[in-house]
Ligand binder design. Structure first.
Ligand code: MN
Ligand code: MN
Length: 456
């Protein structure tokens, strides 16, 4: 099977040009002007944007929280992702049960994803408790391609500072990337206790009980812990505040190395007024942690995107049903499951916003595809249009269209981007040389996605 994509505006690393791309079997084998090659299929991309397929390194398919389970599995979630131009995901695994080994947790996720995913995928390891065996296993899972893992400073699976330091030291030895959800657990617990006593339970109190300082403090603490450990690769997930980003910038300015900053689509586009508009029944849709912030946080994060302080834009896709799971708790935010969909909207929304802000598309592609690939060991396979890379491509046309629940593909029953006016639309998606979306025709077969053994 060979495929020739002609005349598109191709977004390469740091530049773009009108080029043709030739894909043979699964890989890109030639890039050039006016390629005269016979191909089994030719796509005319004139007037369109040709991007490397999106790499979303923060999703939670089938996340099992006990009382609630995220409503996209690896099939529906990757169908949604690919409709939005994303061709690779790296999913954060849930805890299995106390005492589970990392190998068991990973093997459970293979069971969840294999035979379901329609695009390529990998998993981050996760530590919800710590002992010597788990520390030892960090190397074992590294050797089978799980070169990153997640730890939490809050929730029931949190580690304490000493445990986090041990993880960081071990990660320094193995080369593992440590992803951290940074929020000050005890401060939030206290603020929630006060809110409950005062009956302040409407959705806006979700934001008020997780103030910016709770994120910034935890980011700062993790950075200092990583310095004590000798600066392993530390990746701050879903940075949502101006203050949090400031901590990262300050650390880099004093010479801290191997520090990466992720934010997500929602923290660049939606603010806390969403908790108030439309009353509690609307506001409850946006319960996610960290919460939506203020306009000034959004602006600070966009500055970070522009000047390179933010490395990655991901989604934290973790959907729960509105009618069934969220709405019953509209008057008590503490009882609603935390998380929202977003895996489908990322490319279209971020590119639209980037155009409004005159940010070069090359810069956006860096944060949507290239950097996440490099940081997490998917490079030089994913995240770039270059010879030798996988034939993972998203072709977007310039078109005004409105994002609505009725044109979404997730299993979830709402989108947080309802009525968003996009300026670009994903038209064609190619995964390892196979056209899986061609205008309105979707042809990805269940289970065609492959697990990627990552490495550096
Ligand atoms: Mn999180
Ligand atoms: Mn998450």
């Amino acid at each position: 099977m060979s495929l020739l994509i002609k005349n598109g505006k191709v977004i390469l690393s740091e530049k773009s040009d009108m080029l043709d791309i030739f894909i043979e079997d699964e890989k890109i084998t030639k890039i050039g002007k006016n390629l005269e090659i016979d191909a089994d299929k030719i796509i005319d991309a004139e007037g369109k944007l040709v991007l490397p397929g999106g790499v979303d390194v923060h999703t939670h398919m089938s996340l099992d929280l006990g009382e609630y389970v995220a409503v996209d599995d690896f099939y529906t979630g990757t169908v949604a992702a690919s409709h939005g131009g994303t061709t690779t995901i790296v999913d954060h695994i849930a805890s299995l049960s106390k005492g589970s080994s990392l190998r068991d947790m990973i093997s459970h996720y293979h069971d969840l994803a294999d035979g379901k995913a329609v695009i390529d995928y990998s998993f981050h390891g996760a530590l919800y408790e710590l002992d010597d065996d788990l520390l030892e296993e960090i190397k074992d899972i590294y050797d089978i391609g799980i070169v990153s893992l997640k730890i939490y400073t809050t929730y029931s699976g949190k580690l304490d500072d000493g445990e986090m330091l041990r993880v960081l030291k071990r990660a320094k030895e193995t080369g593992t990337v440590v992803c951290v959800h940074c929020e000050n657990d005890r401060a939030i617990e206290e603020l929630r206790r006060e809110a409950i006593i005062n009956n302040n339970l409407s959705p806006i109190y979700h934001a008020k009980t997780r103030p910016n300082e709770t994120e910034a403090e935890a980011i700062n603490r993790l950075i200092y812990l990583s310095e004590i450990a000798g600066c392993p690769k530390l990746y701050i997930v879903h940075t949502s505040t101006k203050e949090g980003l400031e901590e990262i910038k300050r650390a880099r300015a004093r010479g801290v190395k191997n520090l990466f900053c992720e934010t997500c689509t929602q923290y660049l586009t939606l603010d806390e007024s969403k908790y108030l508009e439309g009353g509690n029944a609307e506001g409850i849709k946006y319960i996610m942690s960290p919460p939506l912030r203020k306009e000034e946080d959004i602006e600070a994060l966009w500055d970070g995107v522009k000047n390179g302080d933010v490395d990655v834009i991901a989604t934290d896709h973790c959907p729960f049903f509105y009618e069934l799971d969220k709405l019953p708790h509209k008057d008590n935010f503490t009882a609603a499951p935390g998380g929202a969909p977003g895996v489908e909207e990322r490319l279209e929304v971020i590119i639209t916003e980037g155009m409004k802000r005159n940010i070069p598309i090359e810069k956006l592609v860096e944060l949507l595809s290239q950097n996440p690939s490099k940081i997490f060991g998917l490079y030089p396979k994913k995240g770039e249009i270059a010879v030798g890379f996988d034939g993972d491509i998203a072709i977007l046309k310039y078109e005004d269209y409105t994002i609505k629940q009725e044109n979404r593909h997730s299993n979830c029953d709402y989108t947080t981007y309802e009525n968003y006016e996009a300026k670009v639309k994903v038209e064609t998606v190619i995964s390892r040389g196979e056209i899986i979306l061609d205008k309105e025709i979707y042809s990805a077969t269940k289970g065609r996605g492959k697990f990627i053994q990552r490495k550096f």
